[in-house]
Design a protein around this ligand. Structure first.
Ligand SMILES: [Zn+2]
Length: 272
């Protein structure tokens, strides 16, 4: 046994010298963000410089290695710039797939929710075990949902979202339309704003979505967001009567849309 272990260790060293790790199983994504799964996902460490994962018991801290390193890199930037802390919400489950509650997407290891409430704060921001588990996200909107609450929204939120959008691997970031409007004002005309996609909800967290990685040919991509900043007409629509009606219909839950079907590889992986 000992000899075997020694051999394995030296083999590991040897393979690392050649820049490859023969022991690691390849990561593979199948399907879409809303009907997909991931094989051999990476675990996001529970905390690191500038970030802490909350609600660990949900075990939704798995993702594609690119997503994991991106969160770690963004945490480093938050730490270095004294922007507060990133409380990390849901990524994906161990093998991705549909979640019993909470999201339609987050199924293929490329989505991550980052809470807004730790950003802009000062001091020791690491939570203890109970606080992490009972974490209650805070909204940055006022009570009537008509504007941002400026006691809770800080320009540093804008800085962090801009830093996140500047990673080429990030294809889009979902935020509430009122947050997009604030970003359009804070960073008028900046190119990266096209990645910021207004969507309902997303006033307690922002949602990062990566493009399909090149090494996952079965990952089904979305069209890239249009290149315009999306700060004009497109954004105004979200504040129109038509949009409000759409929103009301959605919250009344008129008809739940049919769930998209999972690719066969996912059915096998998830044991469905
Ligand atoms: Zn999300």
């Amino acid at each position: 046994m000992k000899t075997f272990l020694l051999a394995a260790v030296s083999l590991g060293l040897f393979t690392n010298l050649w820049g490859a790790d023969l022991a690691a199983e390849p990561v593979e994504i199948y399907g879409t963000y809303t009907a997909g799964c991931i094989c051999n996902a990476t675990v996001l460490p529970a905390q690191g410089r500038g970030y802490q994962v909350v609600r660990l018991k949900r075990q939704r801290y798995f993702g594609h290695p690119t997503l994991i390193s991106l969160i770690e890199d963004l945490g480093q930037q938050v730490f270095a710039n004294d922007w507060g802390i990133l409380y990390i919400g849901d990524l994906s489950q161990k093998t991705g797939g549909p979640m019993p509650n909470g999201h339609a997407s987050h199924q293929n290891g490329l989505d991550a929710d980052i809470m807004l409430m730790g950003i802009g704060l000062k001091g020791d921001l690491f939570l203890n075990e109970t606080q992490r588990e009972k974490f209650k996200p805070q909204s940055v909107l006022n009570k009537t949902f008509t504007d941002l609450d400026l006691r809770k929204w800080h320009p540093r939120h804008g800085e962090v979202i801009r830093a996140a959008a500047s990673f080429t691997r990030v294809e889009r970031i979902f935020v509430h339309p009122l947050i997009k409007r604030a970003l359009c004002r804070q960073f008028a005309g900046e190119k990266w704003l096209h990645k910021i996609r207004p969507w309902w909800g997303h006033y307690q967290h922002f949602h990062i979505r990566l493009a399909c990685p090149g090494d996952s040919p079965h990952c089904v991509s979305q069209p890239e967001p249009p290149l315009k900043t999306g700060c004009g007409e497109d954004l105004n629509w979200w504040f129109s009567d038509e949009a409000q009606q759409t929103f009301r219909k959605k919250t009344k839950g008129s008809k739940t849309p049919q769930k998209p079907s999972l690719p066969p590889q996912c059915l096998k992986l998830l044991g469905i």
